[in-house]
Design a protein around this ligand. Sequence first.
Ligand code: SF4
Length: 231
Amino acid sequence: MTWNPTTGCNKVSAGCKYCYAEVMARRLQAMGIEKYVKGFKLAIHEEALLIPYTWKSPKIVFVNSMSDLFHKDIPFRFIEKVFAVMNDNPQHVFQILTKRSDILVQYSNKLKWSHNIWMGVSVENEKVVHRIDDLKRCGAKVKFLSCEPLLGPLLNLNLEGIDWVIVGGESGRKPRPMDPDWVLDILTQCQNANVKFFFKQWGGTNKKKNGRLLLNRTWDEMPETVDFETS
Ligand code: SF4
């Protein structure tokens, strides 16, 4: 499930071109949904901080599907509050994904990284592989890469210290193509480095039809789960 203590963002790299959150935010704004009154402009939702306390059963939560938690206009004090909520709720796994790895590094030492916080960076092409080095410098116990939409080859990744890699192709009306060789190469690199691999989809204009089989099977590996209550 998703949890959005902030909404809105702006584009920072090639992976943002057809941002799903932007399309959704504008749609929700047009529907008159109060949370999206500002459309895709950055907005902070203090009231959303209470939501994880209301979930009865343990959940895997994607944090800020409609924003980027390390956006430069989100005050550090608010990020600290989001982390306090995650620290307070060890029964849930919180997955955070950012393209602002520089700000992640800047704040990392001041944040409490409980075991239930998984931190990831988007790596859509070689231009942004530096985000991986930033991720390695943060205090998260579980670190992952989201290579989605994969827009080019990612050769010779240094996967030391990385737990999980997710790969997926772009979908929508004008998806940029993903070469199967790029995917296979990342799979091989993950296998050589003993990193879990998750293949989400081929994407394309008909993502259902294109499916998510790679080498005639699905790839749904995840990092080992830990006992969040006691760690
Ligand atoms: S960083 Fe994420 S939410 Fe922000 S514009 Fe890019 S794709 Fe959209």
